[in-house]
Design a binder for this molecule. Sequence first.
Ligand code: FAD
Length: 526
Amino acid sequence: MGTLQWSEEYDVLVAGSGGGGVTGAYTAAREGLEVLLVEATGKFGGTTAYSGGGGVWFPCNPVLVRAGPPGSFDDTIEDALTYYRAVVGDRTPRDLQETFVRGGAPLIEYLEKDPNIKFVPLPWPDYYGKAPKARLDGQRHIAAKPLKVAAAPELRDAIRGPLDTDRLGAETPPDYYLGGRALIARFLKAIEQYPSASLRRDTALVELVMSDGRVTGAIVETAGQRRAIRTRLGVLLAAGGFEANEELRRAYGVPGVARDTMGGPGSRGLALQAGIAAGAATDLLDQAWWSPGMTHPDGRSAFALWFTGGIFVNQHGNRFVNESRAYDRAGREIIAQLQDGSMSLPYWMIYDDKEGEVPPVKAANVSIVETERYVAAGLWHTADTLEELAAKIGVPGDRLAATVARFNGFAASGVDEDFGRGDEAFDRAFSAGASPLVPIDSPPYHAAQFGLSDLGTKGGLRTDTAARVLDTSGNPIPGLYAAGNTMAAPSGLAYPGGGNPIGTSMLFSHLAALDMRDRRHAAAAL
Ligand SMILES: Cc1cc2nc3c(=O)[nH]c(=O)nc-3n(C[C@H](O)[C@H](O)[C@H](O)COP(=O)(O)OP(=O)(O)OC[C@H]3O[C@@H](n4cnc5c(N)ncnc54)[C@H](O)[C@@H]3O)c2cc1C
């Protein structure tokens, strides 16, 4: 670029418009800062907008406290901390863990003061049901209240997703913004109140500008045109993960492939790379939020949960996991077995004909399409006997029959002696408490192909509790902040409960904006 010519100047530049980016830009604007948010793609919302639930794990927040009869709320922040620490352990800094667990409730209190931003309880059991102080009734989880499209019709095609629109070409829903799209729509409406906030799509942050060891701005690129944006206070990287970038996945050793991720197309790691070039330290770069994925006719596996029957078997015809376990835990067990060589991809869901030939998967995240398309793609198979089915999917027939017979015994006794399926609240969360042990005994038998999917990578730039990015000596890089999947996740190697990814992104973006506000006040006071 030769001698740097600043094109524009703001207090704050935010990269990314997922749950974190919009929270950061909103907080900055509400706190009186001049803010520009740039979004690399043509749509706002990132992977956040793909989330059907859009839940956030914020223990003891006011939405939960007032949800039940007065006086009935009995969770405490100390209990939530005990749980979070038990499942995350020492893999991430204690103070970062504590900031996350304590910070959600005040954030919701702050946001609810704005009539545009509303939440509702969304009960969702914690993912390690046997850990101390796990909340089994789901009372740590809320989601954005659905918003009528009529309240913000101009956003209908400006917000990414839902997944069926992007993956299957379905029409964008005409009536309501739901889940992650509702969260994004509500924030975009709220940001409109502040003339000091500007939003720009198709504009990617590609490089950070440094002067005397501090970040003083960034280069952004729109349609090949580079512009230098000067920042008086700082740059917040809330630009998601790099799950859609196959080259970076390989470089950092992330299991699975970009084809099978659920992350948005903008999750390419550009901002992460810019942070590393600015001297940032990184952690957890081989980690993601994992899930089993049902393979669709486009050849991509999609996050799938809520199974009302069926078992998974590997290439040996054996079960290998509690199929109903919280998806990240199931994904981690699959990865461990891929790495020790005891299983390979793909694996299969085996089920009977009680619900017909469509697999008993009630939350496929990408809708299941016509059966013929899966059959034509070689993904679904049917046979009158388990031995014939086994031959079609290349697993030993006697093993498959023995595996199903053993599982049917567990279904009869109600106890899965091999993998404990049904032992934890999450395993039964979608079946109103009913056992997920359903016998496979009504021919014809079916098999559906599965792979390893993810909801995004979670390794990234190391930060302190104010979301300030740390350099390789552990000191903050002045003027640089990161949140969400661009930061090294406080949850480390665990997914403690639904709503951790979006919650982390929102909270640390909010804290980044507050820190920048405080720095401006401190400078003004000098
Ligand atoms: C089906 C599904 C359901 C899920 N459900 C939940 C749930 O209920 N609760 C939960 O907590 N998590 C859930 N997740 C996971 C969660 O959605 C993501 O992990 C989370 O949204 C990531 O948030 P983020 O703000 O870090 O990034 P994103 O939401 O991905 O936003 C990042 C944005 O930055 C943009 N960007 C990237 N690079 C640049 C750049 N250089 N310059 C400018 N912009 C850039 C991207 O295009 C993107 O729009 C779900 C995921 C899926 C797929």
